[in-house]
Design a binder for this molecule. Structure first.
Ligand SMILES: [Zn+2]
Ligand SMILES: [Zn+2]
Length: 142
C-alpha cells in the first residue's frame, strides 16, 4: 500500500518523504479528519514528525491536488484523500459528522450552472446539511 502512496506523490511531482507518506496514509484510513486529528494519527506512528511538518505537508498535498480540503461553514477544515471525483458531503449540524455522497447526476461533476455569468467554472461544491442517524436517535432535550 505504501508504494501506491509513493506513486501518488511521484505522479504529482512531489518528493517522497516520510511525513508526506504518513499524512497520506492517515487520510487514506480516516476520511474527513481535521488538522488536529491528522497530527495525532501521524504522530502515533511517527513521533518524530512535528506539528509544523504536518501543517506544511497538508498544505503541499492540498495544493498538489492529492488531498482535498473541505470547509463546511462554521466548522473546522477537514481533509480527505478521496480527490478528483468532486463528490459531495453530508454534514450533521449537531455533531459535525461528515459522509460522502456521489454526485447525483452520475459521472460528471455537476458543473453546468443554469447561468454561469461568464465565470469559468472548475468546481461545484454541494453540502447537504442535516442530522446524522446517531444524533437523530438521541432523545431530544426539548
Ligand atoms: Zn450527528
Ligand atoms: Zn469526502
Amino acid at each position: 500500500m505504501t508504494s501506491d502512496l509513493e506513486a501518488r506523490l511521484r505522479a504529482a511531482s512531489l518528493h517522497v518523504t516520510r511525513p508526506r507518506l504518513a499524512v497520506l496514509a492517515a487520510l487514506r484510513d480516516h476520511a474527513h479528519v481535521d488538522t488536529d486529528t491528522v497530527i495525532s494519527l501521524v504522530r502515533a506512528e511517527h513521533p518524530t514528525v512535528s506539528h509544523q511538518a504536518v501543517y506544511d505537508v497538508l498544505r503541499a498535498l492540498t495544493v498538489a491536488g492529492l488531498v482535498r480540503r473541505i470547509e463546511p461553514a462554521g466548522a473546522t477544515a477537514r481533509y480527505e484523500a478521496r480527490v478528483g471525483d468532486n463528490h459531495h458531503h453530508l454534514v450533521c449540524r449537531s455533531c459535525g459528522a461528515i459522509a460522502d455522497v456521489d454526485c447525483t447526476p452520475g459521472h460528471a461533476p455537476c458543473l453546468t450552472a443554469s447561468d454561469d455569468h461568464d465565470f469559468v467554472i472548475d468546481e461545484a461544491e454541494v453540502v447537504y446539511w442535516g442530522v446524522c442517524p446517531d444524533c437523530a436517535a438521541k432523545p431530544s432535550r426539548r
